[in-house]
Design a binder for this molecule. Structure first.
Ligand code: ZN
Length: 91
């Protein structure tokens, strides 16, 4: 296994560029890259072993959807409060 040194240019996934880009090694851990810096947008991040992060959108969408569903339930019909009388203005 080739030794990685600080400043070496390696491939990794950049979250900002959203693709595999050239990265410089900026810190090492256990003879492997720990942190890298994208050579295109210069953002630092942990070395990802060229793996894209898993999408998180689905769980958030599901939570929002169930929240909306709960509001539509007939049990919460009493939530529609009668309109309050408007405050009188002094003249
Ligand atoms: Zn980048």
């Amino acid at each position: 296994m080739p030794e990685v040194r600080l400043g070496d240019v390696i491939d990794d996934y950049c979250v900002k560029c959203k693709r595999i880009m050239n990265h410089s090694v900026v810190s090492l851990l256990n003879n492997g890259p720990a942190k890298v810096r994208c050579r295109t947008c210069y953002s630092d991040h942990d070395y990802r072993h060229e793996q894209a992060p898993p999408p998180k959108v689905d769980t958030r969408k599901a939570a929002l959807f169930s929240e909306v569903l709960a509001k539509v339930q007939p049990d919460s019909a009493s939530a529609a409060a009668p309109a309050k009388a408007k405050t009188k203005r002094k003249k």
